[in-house]
Design a protein around this ligand. Structure first.
Ligand SMILES: NC(=O)c1ccc[n+]([C@@H]2O[C@H](COP(=O)([O-])OP(=O)(O)OC[C@H]3O[C@@H](n4cnc5c(N)ncnc54)[C@H](O)[C@@H]3O)[C@@H](O)[C@H]2O)c1
Length: 245
């Protein structure tokens, strides 16, 4: 499905990102993975036969440098960008009136501004490929209003809003952009989440039980394909029917 398509994936060092890397490589993509965690990121790249490049999504200069390096590797034509890298763990279970300002700011710097700047850095390359696709990894917590997670849910709500607005700015060049909204997955990042929240999902899903990251990666692969342009601007919950949109 993705044969010979150059794809850049952020946050591929572990968890869902590493699983997406395995899937995209399996679908034939020519993959570049980027992460702030260099050792783990290089290990993922080695495993799937991808290139690794470092990036700090909180740092505009680092994102610009990644864009330049990707342009060199792809000769200026990129078919796909997956904005998966994010602050996604250790920020839940905190009431809205107890979140530290610095923590809120970091979540938004990485999850929101990082997604914008990464997309901006790649836009010329996505246009040049003739069939550029962006997939933003959001979260269904922003759809059902998960409590005690406000900095994160607000950031993922912003990602969905950016997906809609960017679809109109990128669409004239036939660049498609979508978001996926997973529920809670069986990744190490959710080990700290209380059992009650895991149970809420397990019992509330149309397909009951836990959900592994590998269960959503084929959808992401499809969204990066040429045929997915028709879905541009949409957010797809990929949560085995926990919340509908
Ligand atoms: N695991 C879940 O249940 C779940 C559910 C919904 C959405 N998501 C989303 O899936 C994505 C992956 O999450 P995960 O669960 O694998 O979490 P994770 O914390 O294991 O992975 C996040 C990745 O992003 C990288 N990262 C963090 N800050 C960065 C920065 N400043 N610059 C570059 N890279 C940075 C990390 O090094 C890591 O590789 C996130 O966007 C998350 O919000 C996860």
């Amino acid at each position: 499905m993705l044969k010979d398509r150059h794809i850049l994936l952020t946050g591929a060092a572990r968890g869902l990102g590493a699983e997406i890397a395995r899937s995209l490589a399996g679908h034939g993509a020519r993959l570049i993975v980027a992460d702030i965690a260099e050792d783990e990121g290089r290990a993922t790249a080695l495993e799937v036969g991808a290139e690794f490049l470092p990036v700090d999504l909180a740092d505009p200069a680092s994102i610009a440098a990644l864009g330049a390096a990707v342009s060199e590797l792809t000769h200026g034509a990129l078919h796909g960008l997956v904005n998966n890298g994010a602050i996604a763990t250790g920020i839940g279970g905190i009431p809205f009136d107890q979140i530290e300002i610095d923590s809120w700011d970091l979540v938004h710097r990485v999850n929101v501004r990082g997604t914008w700047l990464m997309t901006r850095a790649c836009a010329p390359m996505l246009r040049a490929s003739g069939s550029g696709r962006v997939v933003n990894v959001a979260s269904d917590t922003a759809l059902w209003g998960a409590p005690n997670l406000l900095s994160y849910t607000a950031s993922k709500g912003a990602v969905m809003a950016m997906t809609r607005s960017l679809s109109r700015e990128l669409g004239p060049d036939r660049v498609g952009i979508t978001a996926v909204a997973p529920g809670i997955l069986t990744t190490p990042s959710t080990d700290y989440v209380p059992e009650a929240r895991h149970r809420l999902y397990s019992e509330g899903r149309a397909v009951p039980g836990p959900q592994a990251p590998g269960e959503i990666t084929d959808v992401i692969a499809f969204l990066l394909s040429e045929g997915a342009l028709t879905l541009t601007g949409q957010t797809l919950p990929v949560n085995n029917g926990f919340v509908f949109k």
